[in-house]
Design a protein around this ligand. Structure first.
Ligand SMILES: Cc1ncc(COP(=O)(O)O)c(C=O)c1O
Length: 470
């Protein structure tokens, strides 16, 4: 055999590694679908069509809406990215305004290019204790809505990758008073509806469109997502057309069946299994509360820096002095635990209802062990992030289709960027296509480069050049 990807996956599957990463079924532990390929069909008679659902898919989607507390739900087989893009396209046409939280996922920016919409940004607050971006404040949303009364919609992310939740109830009120729609990217929050240990979901709080990646935190395969709708503001027919545009015309019955099966699991076993999951999470947090060097993010941040609530299902470990990439490496090599993400300041273990007690015990023992030996691990510099408010000069769509040229960073002041420049962490664009490059941005970027912050998006590995519009 010479199938490198297949072989590598097989080796990983057969290893003793425990996955504290997505998808939420945890490498088959939480999913029980036998003979998947025997169910891999196309739209044969009697099996409905995702893009004109009126039969069995329609029935399954209606049951899904009921389980998640939405009025209507649509299965998505291309991940939440396509749901986000379709949501934006269904509301904003070329040149129309949309208000966007700056910590949005890349798919939001792709939605701008595809729709032609013009962004105005809401800057999320920095959670000072951890130096990560968190919630957007209701006041800031109100201010930006007042400055842009013609905007069609507001889109924010809640919970964030790290689990930070914004006050969706109040934000929905502000947005609706101005006849705008609220879209919430809840890619990381589909589990929250199933136990009160977790924050209220965006659908429960009155958002119009909520997109959830079931694959991230529920027992569902990668790519399986759902878009939920509530209320009368959404043009549902146009949204359906947009979903059909951005998704394949051959949606996988395996993914759709897996969403349906996951919903059935939640209806029947969800309550009991989520109670056990919450017990495991609480025990993990209790057992690790004496860590000396690492800090596990918890709900003590609620109420500070506009953090409205916190998803305790995310295990986010911070260190003030140690490079957390090292922690990810040690967990992998010594303890056979694979995390979702490690970056210099923190690392994230993604948990789900499908995690076993054995998995939690392994992580707890490893973290306690590592915490004792941290003095021997490579130190890093602490960096404070500064994010100037963007100055949008041309729409992302125009920037995307314009000719560009690469210039030295020091010569780029006053030019319009043709690309993203994203310091990671926190993974939020310092500059996006169509925005003016100011002296403040160049100085900030210079500082990050000197501090060895990982910068995504600049043209060359030496980080000297940036692409600007011609
Ligand atoms: C905040 C956020 N939104 C949206 C997405 C896209 O979700 P999906 O991978 O299901 O397309 C991601 C993916 O990582 C994300 O982190």
């Amino acid at each position: 055999m010479n199938a490198p990807l297949f072989e590598k996956l097989n080796t990983y599957k057969d290893s003793d590694v425990y996955p504290f990463h997505m998808p939420g079924h945890k490498m088959g532990r939480g999913i029980d679908i036998k003979d998947v390929f025997a169910m891999d069909i196309t739209e044969i008679d009697g099996f409905d069509n995702l893009h004109h659902a009126e039969g069995v898919i329609d029935e399954a989607q209606k049951m899904c809406a009921k389980t998640f507390g939405a009025e209507e739900s649509f299965f998505i087989v291309n991940g939440s990215s396509s749901g986000i893009i379709a949501a934006i396209m269904s509301i904003c046409g070329d040149g129309e305004k949309i208000i966007i939280a700056r910590n949005s996922h890349k798919s939001v920016m792709d939605g701008l290019v595809l729709s032609g919409a013009n962004p105005s940004y809401v800057m999320p607050e920095i959670v000072e204790e951890y130096n990560v971006f968190g919630a957007v404040s209701t006041e800031e949303v109100e201010k930006v809505c007042n400055e842009n009364p013609e905007a069609k919609a507001v889109i924010i992310v809640s919970p964030t990758f790290e689990g930070i939740v914004s006050d969706i109830d109040s934000i929905a009120n502000i947005v609706h008073q101005r006849n705008m729609l609220l879209i919430v990217d809840s890619a990381h929050g589909p589990h929250m509806h199933f136990n009160s240990y977790f924050p209220k979901t965006a659908i429960e709080c009155g958002a119009d469109i909520v997109i959830e990646s079931l694959h991230k935190t529920l027992p569902c395969p990668t790519q399986a997502s759902v878009l939920h709708i509530s209320g009368t503001r959404v043009n549902r027919e146009r949204l359906k057309k947009c979903l059909a545009m951005v998704q394949t015309s051959s949606p996988s019955y395996i993914f759709m069946a897996a969403i349906d099966k996951c919903r059935d699991y939640l209806d029947n076993q969800g309550k009991t299994d989520f109670e056990s999951y919450v017990i495991r999470l609480k025990k993990f947090r209790e057992d690790t509360k004496e860590l000396k060097n690492l800090r596990l993010m918890d709900d003590s941040i609620v109420g500070k820096n506009n953090v409205f609530d916190y998803d305790l299902g995310k295990l986010v470990f911070f260190s003030d002095s140690i490079n957390c990439i090292e922690i990810g490496d040690i967990l992998r090599k010594k303890y056979k635990i694979e995390l979702e993400m490690s970056c210099p300041t923190h690392c994230i273990a993604m948990t789900s209802v499908s995690d076993t007690q054995d998995g939690f015990d392994r992580l707890r023992n490893a973290i306690i062990d590592i915490d004792k030996t941290l003095d021997t691990i490579e130190k890093r510099k602490n960096v404070s992030f500064v994010f100037p408010k963007p100055v949008v000069k041309v729409s992302p769509r125009i920037a995307f289709y314009s000719k560009s040229t690469d210039v030295c960073l020091k010569d780029s002041i006053g030019e319009i960027s043709a690309e993203y420049v994203i310091p990671y962490p926190p993974g939020i664009p310092l500059i996006s296509p169509g925005e003016k490059i100011t002296a403040q941005i160049v100085n900030t970027l210079d500082k990050y480069i000197n501090d060895n912050v990982n910068i995504i998006g600049m043209k060359n590995s030496l980080l000297e050049k940036i692409s600007v519009l011609m």
